[in-house]
Design a binder for this molecule. Sequence first.
Ligand code: PMV
Length: 318
Amino acid sequence: MKRGHGIGFGKAILFNEHFVVYGIPSIVSAIGQHTVAKVEPYDKPGFTLLDKRPATPKYKEDKLEQQKDSFSLMFKKMGLDLSKNGVSITLDGNLYAASGIGASAASCVAVARALAEYYEMSLSDEQINEIAYEGEKGYHGTPSGVDNTASTYGGLIWFQKGDANVIDRITLANPVEIVIGNTGKVTDTKAAVDGVRQRKEQNPKKYQEVFDRAENIAYLAKRAFADRSYTDIGKLMNENHKLLQQIEVSSRELDFLVSIAREAGALGAKLTGGGLGGNMIALTPGKDVQNKVATAIEKEGFQTVKTIIGASREDVEY
Ligand code: PMV
């Protein structure tokens, strides 16, 4: 039977979510978890979806309409006509479908790759990234492109939105342990992004200062990665969290998990992704610190994922 399959990485934004929307550089990483998509023939027009991904309660229900829009946008971008022969799409893999860890981008990339294989289209990573970006619009409106870029290429990436996006690899000698803590709250990235835009328009001077500092932090973090100074990276993550608080995209739960992680020995911790709920990330090089931080968060009744930054395709079997 004709069949296509594809993979997309989960991601964690290490520096400058939200600021990235305005062209400030960001640093993003693929994590060790990924989504796998399978495409098979369907005996009706259009498409049918079987979503077997593990998920935060309510995530799939909340995102279903956006997910359908996203698929339609990708079919269109790929020039596919499903009006006679439809496709059946199955989503699976070990990436939790939750806000802030790139679940939507990972599924867009996985589906784009699976469709390309099914329809025997030979597409480059760059083309897959463009199709996934189109799919991301179904969820975000006008996304910066940072999520789908990490989901497509893997590894650790310097991303700057522009007329032509800057996508540079940052070399990591070895993948580094992190903990992702889930507030359990499903959030709407588009609403969070709109909120920042409104407040930025109302307080241009204050926001300009915060944005300037965010830009500076990105360059300092790039240098710290080159020096492999995880202590400095952690400190810069803490500072980045402060800036995200100042633009009002953190939440009580996120601040709580960030402080628990720091007390348990994380080198740094911050919210990751759209904020207002969703997930936070803690930098925890070494399995011991990673276990301590994850246990401390779980003790408070929150779910964690112990994973790595810098995951590449060689780290994944599917
Ligand atoms: O909420 P997530 O994980 O999809 O991350 C969104 C990142 C933002 O910077 C807030 C938005 C964007 O388009 O870059």
